[in-house]
Design a protein around this ligand. Sequence first.
Ligand SMILES: Cc1cc2nc3c(=O)[nH]c(=O)nc-3n(C[C@H](O)[C@H](O)[C@H](O)COP(=O)(O)OP(=O)(O)OC[C@H]3O[C@@H](n4cnc5c(N)ncnc54)[C@H](O)[C@@H]3O)c2cc1C
Ligand code: FES
Ligand code: FES
Length: 488
Amino acid sequence: MMANTIRFVLGGEIREVPVTDPTQTVLQWLRANRRPGTKEGCAEGDCGACTVVLGTRDPAAEGGIRYRAVNACIVFVPQLDGRQLITVEDLKLPGGALHPVQRALVDCHGSQCGFCTPGFVMSLFAEFHEGPQDPGRERLLDVLAGNLCRCTGYRPIVEAGMTMRRYGIGDAFDAARAQAAALLDGIRRTEDLTVTGAGRTFHAPRRLDRLARLFAVHPDATILAGGTDVGLWVTKQHRDLKTVISVSEVAGFAAVVERDGALQIGGGATYSDLLPVVDRHFPDFAALLRRLGSVQIRNSGTMGGNVANGSPIGDSMPALIALGTTVVLNHGGTRREMPLEDLYLDYKEQARVPGELVEALTIPLDVPGRQFATYKVSKRLDQDISAVCAAYAITLNPAGKVATARITYGGMAVTPRRAARTEASLRGRPWSLETVLGAYAALAEDFQPISDMRASAEYRSRIARNLLMRFYLETTGQAGRPAEATHA
Ligand SMILES: Cc1cc2nc3c(=O)[nH]c(=O)nc-3n(C[C@H](O)[C@H](O)[C@H](O)COP(=O)(O)OP(=O)(O)OC[C@H]3O[C@@H](n4cnc5c(N)ncnc54)[C@H](O)[C@@H]3O)c2cc1C
Ligand code: FES
Ligand code: FES
């Protein structure tokens, strides 16, 4: 193999590509290399015009390859190493006939100016291969939530999704999965990847000990997981990332396992990896994760990234903290574990030392009688950032009084934070309307939110009170869960 190159599968063959700049995006590379079907809309993971599909070797997946839609605008070129890249140019059938997804879009009048269309095609293509035989409207709304169209309107596009299998034809990818898996096996790298260019270096270690050591030695490096934050630092803020360390190739780092009465989540687990497992234990948390970004964002973004980024409006932290999650940190091989809430000290200030990784998260499952719910309030249902995110976990004693309460809010302070005074005001009291109304004063002492583009301070305070009331009404059977909580 040539020096400073990566290898991936494109168009059914192995491509060996020199890396000129490790933070060049896959979208930029495609458009410079005669694959202009993939479009740039926002360059920040929002519009889906740049959607491509990545095939990753996974022995548990059909044919040994898992296909997932991602936003090419926030994936860096070296992240393609060892993967299969599929773009809209690859879809046509022998003889040039349209792929069933494309044919359905034509037949359902699902395209007008066509700028968004390749992105929709690729999202539907991933669903064509990975989704159920009959996805249904609700699921398709989810599948397409990360693709924006300014002129067609979504009804015909969703209809195309419901029609695409009705032609009864497959595509070359059905037959070629095993062949592509063999190609990926042929380019599997056993040694760590390091590529340089434009004064920047990209490392992709294969083992956790090497990742931890590398980061400890280069504490100024940027850890790259899903890139749904880091990608934007490059495309929108034009930051010059001199040293990037990717966690994506570290063996076992994305594992999600149930062990010793707890759910152990590797720092590299994507939201999509986690969703089916969380759904079994905390359907409410899964419903919230389904509203985090879009399918493309959830296929890339990781739990470790969300927690390490530590945004006050990040969606996973309130639920994790309310559930009593602990975080395992790793500095050059030395581990320590702490309650997740203790990680967040102040705005953008954490208890992590430079060069310290978020290695894993542990959610205790064995909490008898725990009642739990989490809520996200944002202007749009899908693909929107929270104005307020809240999570509640309580247990009652046999007399119906609150034994334990863990209440966490995002969007109400400079970090995701527990409502300590509110929790204290509930403990030992009957779980009743009077108690909840009485807790409002404590909630006002716990948080003095700010006004910003997402919500006013007054709105946030009111929502925080109302969500607590909603939790009370739901846990006492006086209100049902709203549709979006079960939106699958
Ligand atoms: C279109 C769009 C929609 C979004 N919607 C939402 C939303 O609804 N809710 C929400 O909460 N977020 C949302 N986000 C934000 C984003 O998805 C999360 O913050 C994400 O979880 C970051 O994870 P990542 O794996 O992509 O991290 P990256 O972008 O790779 O990294 C994020 C930060 O964490 C660090 N890091 C990553 N992994 C580790 C690790 N294991 N140890 C130490 N440091 C690490 C990185 O160095 C960086 O500082 C959205 C983003 C986009 C682009
Ligand atoms: S260009 Fe908009 S999501 Fe990539
Ligand atoms: S067809 Fe014009 S943006 Fe969708």
